[in-house]
Write a new protein. Sequence first.
Lengths: 996, 445
Amino acid sequence: MPRQVSHYLSSGNLARLGFQDTEVAAATLGELGSPSSPLVAILGRTADPDMALQTLARLHVAAPDPGALLSALEEDEGTAMRLLSVLGMSEALGDHLVRHPEQWHELQDPTLGSTRPPAFAVRAGLIRAVGGDPQDAEPTATVPYAEAADALRVEYRRVLLRLASRDLAHHVGMDDVAAELAELAAGTLDAALAVARAKVGPESATCRLAVIAMGKCGGHELNYVSDVDVIFVAEAVDAGDETAALRIATQLAATLIQVCGDHTREGTIWPVDANLRPEGKNGPLVRTLASHRGYYERWAKTWEFQALLKARPVAGDLELGQAYVDSIGPMVWEAAGREGFVEDVQSMRRRVLDHIPAHEAQRQLKLGAGGLRDVEFAVQLLQMVHGRTDETVRASTTLSALADLTSGGYIGREDGRTMHEAYSFLRTFEHRIQLYQLRRTHVVPEDADSLRRLGRSLGHLKYPESDLEKDWRHHRREARRLHEKLFYRPLLAAVARIPGDEARLTTAAAQERLAALGYVDPVAALRHLEALTSGLSRTASIQKALLPALLSWFADAPDPDAGLFGFRRISDALGSTPWYLTMLRDEGETAQRLAQVLATSRFATDLLEREPEGVKILGGEGALRPASREAVQAEMMANVSRRDTAEEAVRSIRAIRRRELLRISAADLCVPFGVAEVGYALTDLTDATLEAALAIATTSVERERKRDLPTRMAIIAMGRYGGYEMGYGSDADVMFVHDPHEGADPQVASSMAVAVANEVRRLLAQPGTDPALEVDADLRPEGKQGAMVRTLDAYAAYYAKWSAVWEAQALLRAEPVVGDPGLKQRFAELIDPLRYPEGGLSHHDLVEIRRIKARVEDERMPRGADPATHFKLGRGGLADVEWTIQVLQLQHAGAVPGLRTTKTLEALDAAVAHDLLSDDDAETLCEAWVLASRARNATVLVRGKPSDQLPTDPRERAAVARVLGYEPGETTEMVNDYQRATRRAHAVVDRVFWQD
Amino acid sequence: MGKQEDFVLRALEERDVRFVRLWFTDVLGYLKSVAIAPAELEGAFTEGIGFDGSAIQGFARVSESDMLAHPDPSTFQILPWRGDGPATARMFCDITMPDGSASYADPRYVLKRTLQSAAEKGFTFYTHPEIEFYLFKGQPEAGTIPVPVDQSGYFDHTSQSHGSDFRREAITMLEAMGISVEFSHHEGGPGQQEIDLRYADALSTADNIMTFRTVVREVALGQGVWASFMPKPFTEHPGSGMHTHVSLFEGDRNAFFEGGAEYQLSKTGRHFIAGILHHAAEITAVTNQWVNSYKRLIGGGEAPSYISWGHNNRSAMVRVPMYKPNKGQSTRVELRTIDAACNPYLAFAVVLAAGMKGLENEYELPREAEDDVWSLTDRERQALGLQQLPKTLYEAILVAEKSELLAETLGEHVYDFFLRNKRQEWEEYRGQVSAFERDRMLPVI
């Protein structure tokens, strides 16, 4: 026998044609009487030849006229293509055919390839299926309920089958497929209503009920399987009893929902979702027109108006439905003028992006950035912004609206085209995924078989999986950049002539859009755009390409206007510098960081403006990690050794410090970064700076006095510096100590040490382009009256004789950091017994500390400062928390070595570990302390100058909230959270420190 | 600009409105008003009207005083008491900061926030206040005892009585402003009146109470008498309270109702009451915010002073009214502590928050007080675990200062200001020498 098998049915040929399991295929083909070669080739071009063939075999068995089936396939290529392409794509429709084998004849209809089924005919067929009269204004089913539900399902699938064959075999455009699906849904709703009328009974004639489709069905762009969104409107007939009519209408609506959604022997059609109605789930299912109006006039939110864009009467009383659309529709176009529109839109967009389960994010077609929802949303937003004044952009279908917006100049032509392609591709892809099992899903499957089938269905017969992946990646990338393309790029067209774009955004429309995107001064913004894009230089053309992305990043930051202005100034300075242009051209993370920094932080922007080259720091992998103290110090020392004068040397180390400050602040703004880490980084940087400055000052004094320094020097960090808790605005609190060499003249040693200390302070504080570092030595013994530098022995003598408890307290934060290692060590040994007293605090000392604290609270608080939001001295603020833990340290560090630390948080942990503080209390104190420290840093970053008070300027306050991670519009919530955290901490301080 | 704003702007034209009063409420519950010309209203809708928040009790510090009032067009009403001629209209406002975030100092926002968090759990909060007040002859003068307009008592009807004229005019005016009145009568004290507003969602009710107080005082002035909501103007006569019926709805279903349960009161209802009782002492400083409020709560009559609940028990702090068959939708509980001199936004917010805490933590409802709480002996009350409400403003402040619930609900700003202000009131009061002391001591010592 094998010899007689035709060559085209050999394993090799079947495999070449696309069959996977060639043995089974050959056997099945044999059972079917070895179809002709062309027919097998058609099978081979289907999405899944094996599935197509197996289902065909099942259909062959089930069909009442198996012979006719096979001969029709052999004789009419059209029939073969239609039937087999469906069988090769959709398991669910294949099963349906096997259950209703007579329906294969449907696909013999030659008009399927050329003619779109008229909506009225589809509707008539569906209504007849349940025994209604399509001519009747209010058709009523005559078939009993359960049978009617089944009949409706069978008829629905019959039409769906025809539609799927048009889609798969005749390559009808995605927009047409979606529109036909919407019409099928509309007819189905009407037929379901006829069934509902029969069930509710004659009373149903007392009310007029209209079904308004919303969402994709309303927009003529339905999926194969999705919820059908509707709203119900009802009135009494002839001004009858409204309450009774609404009751009947509600029964009708509820029954309609059941008819469509119930699972019967014939499965289900789709769920009807009425949750877009006023008040959502909690609102009544059916309302009168007046009640709908009343709701939209009073209560509706921006997203509800956006949903109305798609409203379309589809079933029931069409006249009433039209009245609804006429009455409510115009409100859509006023929504964009509503207060809070911009904020609403932003938060809606965030919702689009938020709700994706992480494991699906990569394979989601609908949600996420660049997902279908995002595209639809962006188009609708543009419609709402511009449709107010331009009626030509009010179409309810996404692709039509996109085309209208493009021809109106609101979107660039090229961008409009790529968005159209991307959207069509993603939707078609989604359709094919859903067709397989007629399941509502928007996730791209991961298994090889599915991907192969999908790839082949989209025409990639040769390398289905890899070509599909490539296409998908391409379109997804285009769609991801849709905000640039749709929102921002046209803005450039408004100021700069972009060749090829005939229609362009008018200046007024551009300003409207900038305002809707959050720019406070659209006029100035347009002026900057013009300056940045004018001319034919390379810079201008690169900036033209980059600006759409930048504008969108600015718009997501607290101060878009400042971002754009800052960018303009940096660009003016760096202009045509090659590396800058390269950086911009690559558009990568660096540019995004630059945008974020410029539109958020005056502090960092100031640093950048002093030296635009600093932009480099933002680039590169790992560039935003603070450098180690050793690395910075080595670089500073190397620089110092190359300079001749102290001034030059200190300039070079201050430049390095400026660069590192920029690095730390940019890292703080761009990557997740703890407040403790900021403290460490700033402290390390200060250490390195002081070490280098000490070296410079020593050389300078030695040179001036023409002799070597006859003493060892060290610098002791105090306060927040000593605690590794510096903020951006912190001075360096220090004490200087020296220790003359054996046999040195104490007078000379002392005078030279003082000179060195003063030189350190002078050099770091002198005015210059780079930020100064104030070195503050006021915490030294006797304060401002005391000697700037003392010998170690003098410190010992002073502390032995005079020391007050507040000095012991200050020493808790003393950390020898710079200078002679041996001296640092001996200084620590000297002060340890003072700050960690063996017997703890005497009652007298405790009272004294409390008294001082009470005085400080009263005196140090600046006039007019708000105690509720003062970071340092406010109630529950930094000082409150620090004094509390410091008292515990003074009392117990003698016995508990864990408490011997200069760091607040470490001390809190140790206190908990040794039962000196409850877990909850420590948690509360820690929370307030961290928040106050973060808020203080954020304030300096935003304002560019040190401050101990939450900014009172509303815009600055909002920016601080953003830096702290709050969303726009949550500023007062941030203040409330701050006050709550500090109030709770204050209560703990009352208990633990004041022992109230 | 939405339809509603359009409607308002049209109405201004059609009704020849010359002034629009923008109303809002300070932290202590005083009504504030700023008048603008109709031409400015459009701007007020889109951008708000700027004002100096530091000039308003409890709103802001001088340094952050720029605030914006945004009129809520759904509250637009023509003021009926300005006679014929050009009309004046009013709207309630929401207060925001210049960056658009809502002001935490705005009592209306306190209530809105609390309503919102209940809405997130699927509930809407309805209230129905019974507002009592006194009518006096003439105007109040420092140091003199006011004279009531009549000597009638509870439900008394006397022909041509001042009170009934007054109530008729006041009710006509309230109805003209869209505020439905359910019931009105002469109360127990001489010159004392009661008018009950229809139940509505708590935000509307609070707005209505603010309007009500204004209308009542306007009408009184028009009739040459003086109206006051002072909680206890006389030692010997009953005080003026604002018994408030409250209920929760889930969609259009009354969540307090459960057919067949005891008193037809659902689990939700029981937890809600338990919440109010559990937090009763903490929230008293808000529901009864004046030194004088506590003189009403001293006992006897209609005002409670113990934390208790009962079915139709008028001595209990929370009363579950008699269930009327087939009226499941009207199942509600009556809170009898609140007085009419409260800030209704804050009072409703804290009551709702306390009730919702009860739901959230499923507090057990304590034993019902079946007897007249007043007639029990101290020992009996102790045995029954009946706690006393704070006896003075000072006691109330002390409890409030420890209340996380109060801070959460009011927001830190209002919480802080309110308690500071109340402490100050108490300090000022503490130093006062009263007629009582003089009457007792001067003759004998």
